[in-house]
Design a protein around this ligand. Structure first.
Ligand code: SAM
Length: 307
């Protein structure tokens, strides 16, 4: 730890990192460590994007910028709010999004696969219609629209508050013509609609796990996280209804977090393909329309599981 008062931008990043570590903050809402979050905070106080910070490390922040750094650090530690909420901004799949407490902070692992356009499981040129089910801030829908420029995208959520944020992001990305925002309890308002690609990051936290989450998560809407005793309440309903909304050759991609094992155990006969992220995480699965249809009865039988 440096005992001299911080002077340069680099010093302030180090100082902020030290304060974060000392305070025992949790990092999982846009970053996964104290240093990255410190750099993000200092960059924001300077009014620069994270990728521009490297060129500013030797600069000396102005008094107003120092004050902003101090205020943000104090507020992050006092409130335990994710930094994204304090800044009303976060990056997802290389794109910047507005965010506030009406919806969770975008961080879905699906972002990585959107950038890869889900190859080799789909032919990206053939994706004409995509659905982001449980869209929250609209981040997955907007990223899909960027990665699949020929596709029309539907973005649905049950929460009117989340959808207000989604609409703002669709607007900011100039995608009003291609991304449709719809309030719906899962597929209820999508009768007759079929897609080449359905991506979803639904609520999947099991009740016992919910109680152990760090304070940062308590600023997020419970509706976005809680998925019953097993964590499978929402994903099981999605599995039961997805076949009727996929075109032949289409795919469902879903994130299920720590509930992946419970899901696999609940449906041992289903050949889930677990996609591996660059960091080795395997909590996003993929099923083809044909695989889903082949197990339709098993999914329907557990439409509302109590596993
Ligand atoms: C984990 S958040 C994901 C938000 C966003 N897709 C993301 O990745 O940041 C889950 C979202 O599902 C929504 N949700 C919960 N139950 C739902 C339901 N029955 N039908 C539709 N959306 C639902 C919540 O409002 C929340 O926005």
């Amino acid at each position: 730890m440096n005992s001299l008062p911080p002077r340069t931008v680099a010093d302030f990043v180090e100082w902020t990192e030290d304060r974060f570590v000392e305070a025992g903050l949790y990092f999982g809402h846009g970053t996964d460590n104290a240093l990255d979050e410190a750099a993000w905070l200092v960059g924001a106080a300077l009014g620069c994007e994270p990728q521009e910070l490297d060129d500013r490390l030797g600069d000396e922040p102005t008094p107003a910028q120092r004050e902003r750094i101090h205020a943000l650090v104090a507020e992050r530690i006092r409130s335990r709010k994710p930094l994204a909420y304090l800044l009303n901004a976060v990056w997802f799949a290389g794109l910047k999004f507005y965010v506030d407490e009406r919806t969770i902070v975008p961080r879905s692992l699906i972002g990585e696969f959107i950038l890869e356009r889900f190859e080799p499981w789909v032919d990206p040129g053939m994706v004409r219609r995509a659905l982001d089910l449980c869209t929250g801030s609209g981040c997955i829908a907007v990223a899909l629209a960027h990665s699949f420029p020929a596709a029309r995208v539907d973005a649905t959520d049950i929460s009117a508050e989340a959808l207000a944020v989604a609409r703002l992001n669709v607007e900011r990305h100039g995608l009003r013509e291609r991304v449709r925002v719809i309030q719906s309890d899962l597929f209820d308002e999508l009768a007759g609609e079929r897609y080449d690609l359905i991506a979803t990051n639904p609520p999947y936290v099991a009740t016992p796990e919910l109680e152990t989450l760090p304070a940062e998560y308590r600023h997020e809407p419970a509706l976005a996280l809680a998925a019953g005793a097993s964590g499978l309440d929402v994903i099981t309903r999605i599995l039961a209804r997805a076949p009727e909304h996929l075109n032949p050759g289409g795919i469902l991609v879903a994130e299920v977090g720590n509930s992946s094992e419970t899901l696999q155990q609940a449906f041992p006969e289903v050949p889930f393909t677990w996609l591996t992220t660059t960091s080795g995480d395997e909590s996003v699965f993929l099923l083809t329309a044909e695989q889903l249809a082949g197990h339709r009865e098993a999914f329907a039988a557990r439409g509302r599981p109590d596993l």
